[in-house]
Ligand binder design. Structure first.
Ligand SMILES: Cc1cc2nc3c(=O)[nH]c(=O)nc-3n(C[C@H](O)[C@H](O)[C@H](O)COP(=O)(O)OP(=O)(O)OC[C@H]3O[C@@H](n4cnc5c(N)ncnc54)[C@H](O)[C@@H]3O)c2cc1C
Length: 403
């Protein structure tokens, strides 16, 4: 093992979290072995990344490559489109209210993921084994991955970026609480005759959110959460009928809609591990948290996992997988991951629930947010960088009281 100086890091998984982890560790001078296949299946989804996540991509030299294909997110709106008795007013978040030019960028995964993969392939500090981990051997001294071809990789720390089913998580004996929702997301991109003015609108409906996010040009991406059978029915419609259904759902807000080729369906679920590191394995990305795609949280949170893990590893260079480093990682990530996961899960369940108290809590929450500028600014800052909202809240509240 390379314990004397900077120890080897093994990253398992080549989704965005794994690729970012490999690049980030290599940038800090760690020797990295990345294990996972090169992506071959097309991914028509887009990912809204907020400014702090973009800073990480910038540090890794990837932002410059992708930003010309992205659309800025300047305004985010939540519209209560339920037909329930109690409905909340429209809540609008403007980046300008918190002195930002944009909340972030919406990036096609077909741009982001290949750009990350190219950067990894070009980095001399990353050895990429285009294979799968077939087996894990984890002990006090090191993590050993046995690859599909029988070869082995030893490391001080194994970064589990191997997705929602995370074989590394299982090998480390980390149990999870999991639930599946009676929902699926229909995902596609569409063109529209009107201008989106860089506004994303999330319509809350009884089956889940219908979220339009701007793309470059007069185009947007859509994540439409419905019952699984409805998702299948919608995906089977011809282009003209589906375009019309989407236009109706948005109350023609963006004019004529024309769906682009490519429709994907994602069943929704939630997975929360009981701990985030153990036995030389640290969980990042969907290995550490799965929840419904509401409010563009998933990869933003995943990038914070990676950033915190690298920070802790830099303080424990000779043995970043040691029990004390893993305990520090678990302690650091727990509040952020649990807060985001439970907020998204609660919001989703309150949409689905027919129970009046759940409806009232959701509506009261959104109503207060909509009407009270400092609180709205607080949530916007918290969305951008957990913790920064607290510092700004006191000042904002003071202003509101003096008005
Ligand atoms: C519809 C939808 C919209 C979304 N929109 C947003 C958004 O706007 N903003 C946002 O921040 N997030 C969003 N997300 C969440 C985001 O997509 C996920 O957080 C992100 O894709 C998770 O990436 P990951 O690398 O953790 O996992 P994955 O992409 O699942 O990657 C896991 C990788 O591990 C590999 N692997 C598995 N087993 C092994 C093994 N044994 N050995 C080696 N490799 C292995 C797999 O091949 C895969 O490459 C959205 C999600 C959905 C479903």
């Amino acid at each position: 093992m390379e314990h004397q100086q900077t120890a080897r890091i093994l990253v398992a998984g080549t989704g965005p979290a794994g690729l970012i982890a490999a690049l980030g560790f290599a940038a800090e001078g760690f020797p990295v072995t990345l294990v996972g296949p090169e992506a071959t299946a097309p991914d028509g989804r887009t990912t809204a990344l907020m400014n702090p996540a973009l800073k990480v991509l910038d540090r890794l030299g990837v932002l410059e490559v992708v930003k010309s294909k992205a659309a800025p997110l300047k305004v985010m709106r939540i519209v209560d489109a339920t037909s329930r008795l109690i409905r909340s007013p429209v809540v609008t978040f403007r980046a300008s209210e918190i002195d930002e030019d944009q909340f972030g960028l919406n990036l096609p995964n077909s741009v982001l993921n290949p750009a990350l993969a190219s950067a990894v392939a070009a980095h001399a500090g990353v050895e990429w084994q285009r294979s799968m981990v077939a087996n894990w051997r984890l002990d006090v001294e090191h993590a050993r991955a046995v690859l599909a071809d029988g070869s082995t990789v030893d490391a001080s720390l194994a970064v589990a970026a191997d997705g929602r089913l995370s074989p590394a998580r299982q090998a480390a004996g980390i149990s999870t609480s999991a639930r599946s929702y009676p929902q699926a997301a229909l995902v596609l991109n569409f063109g529209h005759s009107g201008d989106h003015t860089f506004t994303s609108t999330e319509f809350h409906t009884e089956t889940g959110p219908f979220t339009q996010v701007p793309l470059s040009g007069n185009r947007s991406s859509l994540v439409w959460v419905v019952k699984p059978e409805t998702a299948t029915d919608l995906a089977a419609l011809d282009d003209a009928t589906l375009s019309q259904r989407i236009e109706q759902q948005m109350q023609s807000m963006l004019g004529r809609v024309t769906v682009e080729p490519g429709r994907q369906i994602y069943p929704l679920s939630a997975v929360t591990p009981l701990r985030f590191a153990r036995d030389r394995v640290a969980l990042v990305g969907e290995a550490a948290h799965v929840f419904p795609p509401i409010g563009a949280q998933g990869l933003n949170l995943g990038i914070r996992d990676v950033d915190d893990l690298i920070g802790i590893a830099c303080e424990n260079r000779t043995d970043p997988g040691a029990a004390k480093a893993l305990a520090a990682y678990d302690f650091k990530r727990r509040p952020d991951i649990l807060a985001r996961s439970s907020a998204v899960n609660l919001l989703n369940m309150s949409l689905l629930s027919d129970m009046l108290p759940a409806q009232m809590a959701r509506v009261a929450g959104l109503g207060v947010l909509g009407g009270f500028a400092p609180l709205r600014a607080f949530f916007m800052r918290e969305g951008l960088r957990p913790g920064s909202g607290f510092a700004a809240l006191a000042g904002g509240l003071g202003k509101q009281v003096r008005r």
